[in-house]
Design a binder for this molecule. Structure first.
Ligand code: ZN
Length: 92
């Protein structure tokens, strides 16, 4: 086992707990462009994204601290009111 045999895994930081994890283990949120706006969960497209562990604790913490809207640079008032619910459904 050498370092060279370990494939490179992109790490992303969870907005909830601040831990770095492989991107594939995290939930990706992104801010949708356009007048309708909104947040997409697990979107594949580019744009500003934020990552969260698939863990209710991280979701709750990120929402409580306002870390998610900040990480996504969501304009004031553009944060969907049902987002907390949607996220908790996704991770449960
Ligand atoms: Zn986390």
């Amino acid at each position: 086992m050498t370092l060279a045999s370990v494939p490179h895994i992109p790490l992303r930081r969870c907005v909830g707990c601040g831990k770095q994890r492989p991107q594939s283990e995290l939930l990706r949120l992104s801010l949708l462009p356009g007048p309708a706006g909104g947040i997409d969960v697990n979107a594949r497209q580019g744009g500003r994204g934020a990552y969260l562990c698939r863990d209710r604790k991280c979701v709750t913490r990120a929402l409580a601290r306002g870390g998610l809207p900040r990480a996504l640079r969501t304009p004031q008032g553009a944060w969907p009111t049902d987002m907390a619910e949607r996220l908790l459904e996704t991770v449960s």
